[in-house]
Ligand binder design. Structure first.
Ligand SMILES: [Zn+2]
Length: 285
């Protein structure tokens, strides 16, 4: 599902392409889309509004309207925003269409049907996002914050990195990549990490997300930007979806395991479960 870099790319596209556009007509095409209003209530609140701009909070995409309401979209596994033209009119799995300024239409589609939206006032938005942790690129996400929040926890480090109340925006792809870069096994208990490992993990989370944004997201199958283009970060992944392939850090092989119920990609040599990674494992072995 779209994580921070994918949602950030879509947000940037929407700001470039549809900010200040007027929603002349809108139609909910899948009744399961809107969680906090009927389709009729939702469409009547959008009709005639201008899109002031787009924002991102964690993995949530936010369209701010000049009515001071915001449409908050959780793009689940296959969620896509597509602008027609230049993209050809999509015909399947449509959830919402906004007719903008005459001929342009912004479609929301999702082959998996899991994408959800809600319309919120500014106050409701604050409440709804109140449980989210800091933004990884913001001042609130320091290494001191991360270590202070987690270093006494006995839970597995991967599950904590995925917890949106710890840090907002990290999902399965970027968690595995960050843990590999920091040479930390995803199953390690948080309270077993050293100061150096907290430093490495913090740097790797921020660095991998930034790299994902630079490459306009990761596309394995369904993710597209607003003009229907794929991201390219999949070409830069070091462990995710690379099971059976050579590790880029040693002469071992990447394996796929389940950690906390999630498919997880790890190099067992570089990311030792007992806490000694890479060269250290050789020294102590
Ligand atoms: Zn390795």
């Amino acid at each position: 599902m779209p994580e921070l870099p994918e949602v950030e790319t879509i947000k940037e596209d929407l700001n470039e392409l549809v900010a200040r556009a007027k929603i002349e007509r809108d139609q909910v095409l899948d009744d399961s889309l809107v969680e906090n209003a009927t389709p009729a209530e939702f469409t009547s609140k959008l009709k005639g509004c201008r899109i002031v701009g787009a924002r991102r909070r964690g993995k949530n995409l936010v369209l701010d309207l000049d009515s001071e309401d915001s449409v908050v979209v959780q793009l689940k596994i296959g969620g896509q925003f597509l602008l027609v033209p230049p993209v050809q009119t999509p015909t399947t799995s449509l959830m919402l269409v906004l007719s903008l300024d005459g001929v342009r239409r912004l479609y929301l589609r999702d082959e998996t049907g899991f994408t959800r939206a809600r319309i919120l006032s500014a106050e409701e938005f604050e409440v709804w996002t109140g449980t989210l942790g800091p933004e990884p690129f913001g001042e609130g996400f320091s290494v001191e914050y991360l270590r202070g929040k987690l270093s006494s926890r006995r839970a597995q480090i991967k599950s904590l990195v995925l917890d949106q109340s710890v840090v907002a925006g990290v999902g399965n792809i970027y968690a595995d990549e960050a843990l590999f870069e920091a040479r930390i096994h995803p199953r390690r208990k948080a309270n077993s990490l050293s100061m150096e490992e907290w430093d490495a993990l913090h740097g790797a989370i921020v660095g991998n997300l930034r790299s994902g944004v630079e490459h306009r997201g990761t596309t394995f199958s369904l993710y597209r930007d607003v003009l229907g283009r794929e991201g390219s970060h999949q070409e830069h992944l070091k462990v995710f979806m690379r099971e059976g392939e050579a590790c880029l850090g040693c002469d071992g092989e990447i394996v796929k395991e389940k950690v906390g119920g999630r498919a997880t990609f790890v190099c067992p040599a570089c990311q030792s479960e007992d806490g000694f990674g890479g060269e250290q494992a050789l020294l102590f072995g």
